[in-house]
Write a protein that binds this ligand. Structure first.
Ligand code: ZN
Length: 167
């Protein structure tokens, strides 16, 4: 187990397309543990994708319960090979990212999603997620395709905000 360095934009590895995980081998298990350790160590983070620690594998860990304002969630999720099957509705959310520490930005996301993935035992799960957690899972799944929230910000002129320090 290890706390890993989080890559910071514009590191080109953040733009990489991650590969599907074929089996729960030692490498995949190590990446999962490192993601959990790195998320925990940051304190505030509700999710992190493998591409953010320089591992181009389709693995994400997320924990919407760490956002005190989020009441509707599935707790800590280990998400392998995610596939969003359905998008419903729309909401605008002010997003931040450990890889983009200097900015937050307004992004349009689906309000509700149906997402399929493999869990930490490599069992298939399909869950419906709504609100903050749905936004979080869309943000993290985007990372696996090399997409950052700043690529989706509504307007770079009016919807991107500089911040002094990541909180
Ligand atoms: Zn992010």
């Amino acid at each position: 187990m290890a706390i890993r360095e989080v890559l910071i934009y514009p590191d080109s590895r953040l733009k990489e397309m991650a590969e599907d995980v074929q089996s729960l081998d030692d490498k995949a298990k190590q990446v999962i543990q490192d993601l959990l350790d790195t998320m925990e160590a940051s304190g505030h983070s509700t999710g992190i994708a493998a591409t953010q620690i320089g591992e181009p594998l389709r693995i994400v860990v997320a924990d919407a319960s760490k956002n005190k304002k989020c009441e509707d969630h599935h707790g800590r999720l280990i998400i392998i090979n995610p596939e969003i099957l359905k998008w419903e509705g729309m909401l605008q959310f002010r997003e931040g990212c450990m890889s983009v520490p200097d900015f937050t930005g307004n992004v349009n996301r689906a309000r509700k999603i149906l997402i399929k993935f493999k869990d930490e035992n490599f069992n298939e799960r399909v869950i419906e997620s709504e609100g903050f957690e749905a936004v979080l899972l869309q943000h993290e799944t985007d990372h696996l395709d090399g997409t950052l929230f700043i690529d989706r910000v509504i307007s770079k002129r009016t919807d991107l905000f500089r911040r002094k320090k990541y909180k």
